[in-house]
Ligand binder design. Sequence first.
Ligand code: NI
Length: 455
Amino acid sequence: MKRDIITDPNPILREPAQRVENFDMELQTLIDDMIETMRADNGVGLAAPQVGISRQILVCELESEEEPDGKNNEIFETFPLTVVCNPEIIHSSQKKCKIVEGCLSFPGLELVIERPESIVVRGQDRYGQPIEIKANKLFARVLQHEIDHLRSTLFTDHLREINVIVFAGGNFALKPLEYLANDQQYKISQIITTSQLSKSRGIETDNNQVKKLAQKLKIKVRELDSLYDDKTVAEIKTLKADLGIVVDFGLIIPQKVIDIFKYKIVNIHPSLLPKYRGSSPIQATILNGDRYAGVTLMQINEQMDAGPVISQYKVKLKGKETFPMLKDYLSDLGATIMLDALPYYISKEIQPKEQNHKRASYTKKIEKKDGEVKLSDEPITVERKIRAYQPWPGVFLESNSLRVVISAAHFDKEKRFIIDRVKPAGKNEMSYRDFINGYRTELTFGANIDIINAK
Ligand code: NI
């Protein structure tokens, strides 16, 4: 019978388990239930306190599952169903390794934990016969984790916080920063932001959002204009950080800064690298009418957006996304894939993969003039620009000595281009209909589109 698993926090998980003395029928039933529960919840190990029984029993198993097509899935290491009562570790290797661990009592939590690579365990089997198990790698890992449970130790007790410095400037960094700050695996010792951002990118008119969030999270924040001078580099060194995270930053990070960090510096880039390196990948995705957008987690090097890829995620687009919408969405997605992948990156269970540099494409810094459209432009170009250039630089047209900002437009079901909102220079935003009535002029883009007839 499957039993309920106790999740943290619960005092029973903190109670040292009693030795098993009677190897009776009741014990056999309990062990069968534990095996059933572990399998039903796709666990690789379970200790009796996790089903509410404070006794020294553990079960574990890692089977390689056959896929329906007969191929093995990707589990490279397996161990058979093992039951140990009253286990004791009688030897641990000097050599330790870091592996990502989870626990059925902490659903969804994955932490990098360092433990001895191999161990020898002595105990009794389910019928009370003495056994001795030599275990390596994953098997050793699971046994140690379950024996911890019997000693009322939880894997979170082994947690060694990873000391992180975050380099962040624009609003795309807010979600990753917040997610990282709320994950107990990481401790952000400092946020480095740049005062140049508003000047260098144009899009972000207020770079204080990162500073405001830092204050709310009570994390020390520092503003810099360059990372090249030796004094700054020396000061960053004194923080003894393990990992750097850079998101929407705006300054070049020199190799001497990257090398300060044991795990280097990791970046979230909102494109499917090597596509769209550079400063405006989200706008490029919209302007080119791509069917897919994505985010890439990569280890940076000194070349722009050219570092090896840790993880990448692709999303299908509807073709209606505006820049602010897609940016928010990708920021959240980027934060999520960062937290998913970082433990495996730190434990070296994911090896970053070199990009295919031959396929690289580049985006440029967006300028005010990019927002200008002409009546000879195809409607599809104008419509994409309206979505890509929100909130800055916007889309504007000079027609009959009139300057008009086109703030909203769409294609109707018959694929006709419909302008919705405009703002003539010096006037408030108005509906396109009011504009036609007031200004006695129409904006007809491309060759074969007649807006009057479309009504
Ligand atoms: Ni556990």
